[in-house]
Structure formats: C-alpha cells, structure tokens
Design a protein around this ligand. Sequence first.
Ligand code: NOJ
Ligand code: NOJ
Ligand code: CA
Length: 730
Amino acid sequence: MEQTGRQRALFLPFLLVLVLLCSTFLSGGPLPHLLPVAIHAQSTPNVAVNTADFKPAIIYQVVLDRFFDGNPANNDPAGDTGLYDSTKTNWKLYWGGDLAGLTQKIPYLAGMGITAIWISSPVDNVHLPVYEPGSSVPEAGYHGYWARDFYRIDPHLGTWSDFDTLVATAHSYGLKVIIDFAPNHSNPNDTGEYGSLYQNGTFEAAYNNDPNGWFHHNGGISDYNNLYQDEYDNLADLADLAQENSSVDSYLKGAMAQFLAHGVDGVRVDAVKHMPAPDGGWLRTLSDSVEAQGPHYMVGEWYLSSISDPTYPYALKFANRSGINLLNFPLTTALRDVYASGNGASEVDSVLTQEESGFLWLNDQAIFIDNHDMPRFLTLNSSYDRLHEALAAVLTLPGIPVIYYGTEQYLHNDTNGGGDPYNRPMMSSFGTTTTAYNEIKALSALRQSNPALAYGTYQQRWINSDVFIYERQFFNNVVLVAVNKGSSSYSISGLYTALPNGSYSDYLGTLLHGGTTITVTNGAVGTFTLGANQVSVWQYTAPESSTPEIGSVGPNLSRPGDQVIIDGQGFGNSVGSVKFGTTAASVVSWSPHSITVTTPNVAGGLYGVQVCTSSCSNVYETRVSSAAQVAVTFTVNNAPPTNYGDNVYLTGQFDELGNWGTTTTTAIGPLNDPNYPNWFVMASVPACWNIQFKFIIIHADGSVQWENGSNHSYSAPCSGTGAVTVNWQY
Ligand code: NOJ
Ligand code: NOJ
Ligand code: CA
C-alpha cells in the first residue's frame, strides 16, 4: 500500500481538486445538513449496510411502546386489557406506542442518516399484571422482556401485518430491521402468569406447571460472577428456559425462523451471559441456524461494567467463537466516565487498545453511550456539549454506533436518578433542527462515503485529559477526529496523521464549535488551536483502488454451504476468485464493493479470506463451523480434586471442541461444578458427527492434567439436543 514518490506527485493535483470540492460542499460555508438533499440521494455510497455487514450502519434503538402511537385502537387491546395507562403516570404500564407509530416515523429516522433500527422485543408479553413483592402497583411487559408467546406479536404493538409493513417501509428507506430476541426466559416465575409459555396460542409450560422440564428450577441468581448461576438460575425472577431441552430448543429456533421469514435483517440477543455457555454453546447453535437461513447480523447483550470485570475473558471468548457479536459495555462505561463524569480521555483509549488485542472483530461490536438499562447520558451530565462530544466519539470509534431513541432530541427524565424505567420516557419531538440530529446526519454521511469509519483501524494520535485525537484508516482512506471536552483551548503541535499532503477543512464545519482547517505536510499536521468544546473531523476518501481491499467478511461464523458477504473496495466488475485459506469459494455475485460467496467445504476453523483479481487483497479472518450444529451437554463425574483457581475444561476433535487445545481460550469451559467433583458444560458440536473428546484440568498455574486412557467418543444427535456423561478416567 506504500505509495511511490511518483504516485504521490501525480496524486497531489487530484487531491487539491478533492479538497476544493470538500470545502465547497461539506464545510467552511454551509453546514452538512444544509446540503441539497439531491446530493446525498444521488451519490452511491462507498460502503453499504447489508444483512451480513452492519459495520457501515448507524443503529437507532427504539422501545416500541415509548416511541409513537400510530394506532390508538390497539392501546387497550381485547384479550389483553387493563395494562395501558393513558395518563402515562405508571411508568411500568403500556403507554400506547406501536409498530404503526414507528412505521410513520421511518422518514424522520432516514432523514437523520439512520440505517438500521433495533426494536424492543415485539413478541406477545404477559396478559396479567405483574406485582413486585409487597406492591399493589401493576406492571406490564411494555419493554418486551416478559414473553408469553414468541410466535405472536404483542397486541399492544400491533399485528403481524403491522410488523410486515414496518419491515417493508424500513427497507424502502434503506433501513435494516433488528429485533430484540430474549430466549433466556419467558416471564416472571412468581407472579402474573408464572412463566406461562404458549406456541401461537397453545399452552406449553409454566413455571408452576412444568412436567416436561421447560424451565430450570434452581432459584434466583445471587452471584453474577458465577457462570453456573448466571446460566442455570433465574435472572431477576424470570422463569429460566432450559435450552438443553429439545422442545425448548426447537420452540425458540422456530420462533426465530418465523421472524427471519418476516424479513428481519439482524438480531439483538438479550442476556447472552445467562445462557449456556461462554464458548457459544446453545447460542452458537442458534447463530448457526440463523445464518443457515441467509446472512444476518447478530449482536448479544453480555452485561459487564469494564474490562476488569471477571467475566470479560468469557465475553471475549463468546464474541470470537459464537457468531454473535457483543454490545461493547466496557467502552460505554469509559465513554460515560470520560464525557459525563469528567475522567481523563485516556480511559477510552486504554479500553479500545486492550479490546483490539482481544476481539477478533472489533468493528462488528456495537457501541453506545446509553440504553434502556442505564440512566441516559444527559441524566449523568446535562451539558449538551458533553453529549455532542460523546456522540461524535461513538459515531467514529471502532464499532457500530447505536443511538438510543430520543438522544437527538435531548430526551431525558431524571426522576430517581433517571434509571429504568425513567430512561424510557415517551419520545418528545420529531424536529429535525437540533444540533444532535444534524451531527448524527453528518457523521452518517461520512460513514457511507469514507470506508475508514466502518472498516478502519484505530490509532490514538494526541491525548491529554481533555483532548482526544484519534484516527481511523482503511488503506488510503483516513478519518482524523479531534474532541476537546475542556473549557479551554489547546495548541495542538506534534500531531501526526496518515492524511496525505494537503489542507483539510472541518467536515463538521462549525456545527460543534469547530471549522478549523488543518495543513498536512509529510504526515505532520501544522500547529493549530483546538477550541473549548470543539469537535472537528478531517477526512480523506481515497479514489477507488485497483487492488482488492477487504473490509468485512460476514457473518463471522458460517458453515459450509452458507452464504457469506465480503465487502470492501476495488473488487472491480469482472468476477475474480475468492479463497478460504487455500480452498476456492464459489462466487454467487460480484460487484465492485461486495461479493457474495458460498462457504466452501473446509474443516471447521479460522480461515483467512482473500479476494484476487489481477492482484490479491489483504487476508481477513472468518470462522467456519464443521457442519450444522447441535447443543450437547458434556458431563464428567468424579473428577480429581481441584484447588482454588483450577478448572476442568473439555477438549476434543474439531474446531468446536478446540481441536484438542489445552488453554483457557482454546479448550471449552471452564466447566460448572454445582455437584463437585462432577463437572459439566454445554457445547455446540457438529450434528450427526462422531466426536472424540477428553476432559482436562487447567491448574491455576496454567499446567495441564489430562484424563488417562483412550479418548471418549460420542455420536452427536442429528437434530435436537444431546447429553453425554462419562466418569473421569484415572
Ligand atoms: C437485559 C435487558 O436489556 C433488560 O432490559 C431486561 O430487563 C433483561 N435483560 C431481562 O430480559
Ligand atoms: C493428547 C492427550 O495427551 C491424549 O490423552 C489425548 O487422547 C490426545 N491428545 C487426543 O488424541
Ligand atoms: Ca397504540
């Protein structure tokens, strides 16, 4: 990618023209939001969101009940009455928002540059009021997390026809649809409907009527750092589904398939830390079944506070192996610490630097500054400047930005600290003139035109406690971002950049106290002043390369025969070749920025994907499963005594069981030991395959103790779930 001196010289005149164009259209003078609409509408984006690749997306998170009431006729629906509060004073009842309301507001979201919506779980929730212990105040599943029937749409939200209209309308405006899906539990186990679960109206099981073992009956979680409790106990008194039960497995996957058939593009999976197990387990089988129905983006909620959280290593393992990306909570904590609570900017840089070495696909993780489970940003700090700065960061740092509904209208309610449910007020306004609305719009436009934001690397360039300057780069495409959260200005000298020689006007113009033009000479930026509360963005969008450049291979877990989408630049119009390692993949479609291939019939594992035309691209990693997956619970009884810090792991044949790996990141586990010295774990394995495996102890000091004897072997079921129990071989 190194340019020769001659190329650079030829480049310069072109660059000057480009800079002129940029300054005419994008900054200095008119603000980006004053651009004639036609310019955006006519330009073909350099990157585009597709179902496999959400990296170019800006996601907008909506609590459906709290967004917009498009159909008052369904507010207190027949068969599910008494849970609606027209006065909007009981924050835990339905307030009237629905699918029809969101559908009406799609143009508003499209106008802001939103390219995907994540809607709260639309499935039918409990029909009876829920009461907290000792309270007579009724509560309802207005948030969607108290399912009673995963096969029906909640009547307060609308019908399947309303759902289809929402998806069709969103798609017609170029927006993808992500549903929230909560397969960990049904509804409260001790009140209301006592966990009752129906399949399209037919009763299946309840927590107090469960002859076929649809639920775990182990009480509630008391220690959130205990993975066994997390996975097999009730989360917040919610009836915990037993995914190892074949009926539950097929119920949940069937419900998921129904949503996919209704055109859903992506899935946000609730509470992934609470389903077995960190290596993917049942959730890897879920993602396997989803991706077999066409490429889809999946992102899970693994709630943790920071990278010092004891479950962080398991979260990483999950993201790297399950096919499900994560919401990047540690980054959220850092962004809130820095921009709302006044910590030094290096906290954000330090989290990203550590995450870069842990996540295989950092750009696929979703990033955010607040959501429905924490006080809104403005509750922590009422300064709009701080909010705009945090938004600029979340819109330009590695990862897919998620904007919580109403942020662009400065929506917040600070009652009782502003947490759940006060962070879910009714959407206040749909005006398009706020600074935040226009900031999101401008940075969305940049995300569509300059691939550095979606696909690029991250590098910190200049930092003190107030100033945070960093760069994103994808080959020759560069975006340089400067954020000063301080109330004084700073003289910035000694700033280096990958921007080519030239001057660059501020992409955001004066929207966020900026408007500074910088000059770059041989990688050095001339000294300039970064004003108080200033946010500036300088960018260089390279001309289309003649060498293929891969920015994305998605989904990041597929099985032979699945379709996988490769996005990037310079693929050209004539069909070239694609390899997974050394094996050719058959090409389904080919265009300059996007290629669809079929995952070849290779052994499971991580593969470097490479695109070749007259020259070959960079190599981009993706994981391939051996075959279709089933969830199997592996148990070893009577294992040798272990000391504090020792753990039993499962290792075995095929990538799914770690290919006989013996480290905490390659072997499956750690296993759970609620009945010590018996240990178990759920793993995702190739269906119908015969599998060799063994258990090992990884001691606190890293040393490995194998079982003796020959390998165990097990024939995995061809469908449903499985279980195998062996005695430790001495
Ligand atoms: C996490 C969700 O985001 C939260 O709102 C919900 O209450 C729990 N999971 C249980 O579904
Ligand atoms: C090496 C281990 O020592 C052995 O016990 C195990 O059976 C093999 N790996 C797997 O074939
Ligand atoms: Ca309604």
